[in-house]
Design a protein around this ligand. Structure first.
Ligand code: ATP
Length: 202
């Protein structure tokens, strides 16, 4: 499978943020997107996720077959917001996402264990600390299988131990043939990755 981005342009509020972005990511590959604040990293990921329209260019998934007929069906998007309901329990949130995304992968208990939070399932999500919220958002992408992980500053708010745990999860995803496109200011602990540097903002 191959994610192909060609000539991609992005706008916010009618202003061009970037143009002419080209890259390809195949099974087992990661692309790390870096660049100054405001250079358009989040905008790029939101366009790939289908949350914003592209101003120009194309985004295609080759070889997805019947299981992954288009880019949107093949990806998990981990944005700055964690996309969880604060009043629902952690388990209820993860159950919702597992049913919504389909392709159940890890059990909810196992996913909480993988992010080092096996005992918070009964708590309202809103009670968790900032780093715990992020770790449960990471558990969200483990409870359903999708081959492409789009990650926007995934380790923001994580302590050193959780950063390492997450690096291991990303490596396992790549070893399984998954793909990662991650915007970050912090090295993610992945080796042999592709790199895209977004232009500096004015
Ligand atoms: N809704 C919006 N309306 C207008 N401009 C916006 C909007 N959202 C973002 N922008 C602008 O788009 C540009 C790109 O923002 P974006 O969040 O993609 O940058 P980034 O590279 O992810 O930055 P950071 O490293 O700070 O997270 C910025 O100049 C930002 O002010």
């Amino acid at each position: 499978m191959r994610l192909m981005v060609q000539g991609l342009g992005g706008e916010r509020g009618g202003e061009q943020v970037f143009s002419g972005i080209d890259f390809e990511v195949s099974d087992g590959e990661a692309l790390i997107v870096t660049g100054a604040n405001g250079s358009g990293k989040s905008t790029l990921l939101r366009i790939i996720a289908g949350l914003l329209p592209a101003a120009a260019g194309s985004i295609r998934l080759e070889g997805g077959g019947e299981a992954w007929p288009d880019v949107a069906s093949a990806l998990h998007y981990l944005g700055h917001g964690n996309a969880m309901k604060t009043a629902l329990s952690v388990t209820e949130n993860l159950q919702f996402w597992q049913e919504f995304c389909g392709n159940a992968h890890l059990d909810i208990e196992d996913a909480m264990e993988m992010v080092g939070l096996p005992q918070v399932g009964h708590l309202p999500y809103g009670y968790l600390s900032t780093g715990q919220k992020r770790r449960i958002a990471i558990a969200k992408i483990l409870v359903s299988y999708r081959p492409i992980w789009l990650l926007d500053e995934p380790t923001a708010g994580l302590d050193a131990r959780s950063e390492k745990q997450f690096a291991a999860l990303m490596r396992a995803h790549l070893e399984d043939g998954g793909m990662i496109v991650a915007a970050t200011h912090i090295p993610l602990g992945l080796e042999g990755v592709k790199s895209l540097v977004m232009g500096a903002a004015d």
